[in-house]
Ligand binder design. Structure first.
Ligand SMILES: C[S@@+](CC[C@H](N)C(=O)[O-])C[C@H]1O[C@@H](n2cnc3c(N)ncnc32)[C@H](O)[C@@H]1O
Length: 155
C-alpha cells in the first residue's frame, strides 16, 4: 500500500473504525476486564505509595470507568484523575472526583504534570501513534511513569 492511500489522522478519527460502538471501552481497575490485568500492575496501588496527592492521566480512556473506580478506591484521599477520549461517551462521574475530556490525543496537551500516564488499548486506533508517544514523552519532567500497553505491537 502506498503512503497516500493511508488515512490521515483527521479522517481516521471520523471513521467508523475508531468511533464504533462495539469496542471495549469499559475496562475497570481490577479483575478479568481490567487495567490491572492489561498493565500487569494495579495503578491505584502504585499511586497510593506516593506521599503527595497522586495524579493519573489516562489517554484513550473509553467511558472513564477505570478512573471512576480509582476515585472510589482512593476514598477520602484526594487524587487528580483525568481521562481523555476522542468520543464523548463517558460514564457519569460522581462529584468532581475525575475529569473526562473529549479530545483527540493527537491534539491534547496537559496543563499540569502527572505521576502516571497510561494508555490501554488506545494507540492502535491512532494514525500517528509515534507522534503521540514522542509528544507525551516531552510533557513536563515530573511525569514519572509512562506505561503503554499495546498487545498488537508487542508481538
Ligand atoms: C478499545 S477502546 C479502550 C478504552 C479504554 N482504554 C479501556 O481499556 O477500556 C479504545 C479507545 O480509544 C479511543 N480513541 C481512538 N482514537 C483516539 C484518539 N485519536 N484520541 C483519543 N481517543 C481515541 C476510542 O474512542 C476508544 O474509547
Amino acid at each position: 500500500m502506498d503512503a497516500d492511500q493511508l488515512l490521515a489522522d483527521a479522517a481516521l478519527e471520523a471513521s467508523p473504525v475508531v468511533a464504533n460502538n462495539a469496542m471495549n471501552r469499559l475496562r475497570g481497575l481490577r479483575g478479568a476486564n481490567s487495567y490491572a490485568k492489561e498493565l500487569g500492575f494495579d495503578p491505584v496501588e502504585l499511586l497510593r505509595a506516593l506521599p503527595s496527592v497522586p495524579s493519573w492521566l489516562d489517554l484513550c480512556c473509553g467511558r472513564g470507568r477505570v478512573l471512576i473506580e480509582a476515585a472510589a478506591a482512593f476514598g477520602e484521599r484526594a487524587a487528580t484523575l483525568v481521562g481523555v477520549d476522542l468520543v464523548e461517551f463517558f460514564d457519569p462521574v460522581p462529584g468532581d472526583r475525575a475529569r473526562l475530556v473529549a479530545e483527540s490525543v493527537t491534539r491534547f496537551a496537559p496543563s499540569r504534570t502527572f505521576d502516571l500516564i497510561a494508555c490501554v488499548h488506545g494507540l492502535h486506533y491512532v494514525g500517528d501513534r509515534l507522534g503521540v508517544l514522542s509528544r507525551s514523552a516531552s510533557w513536563p519532567a515530573s511525569v514519572r511513569s509512562h506505561y503503554v500497553r499495546e498487545p498488537a505491537c508487542a508481538r
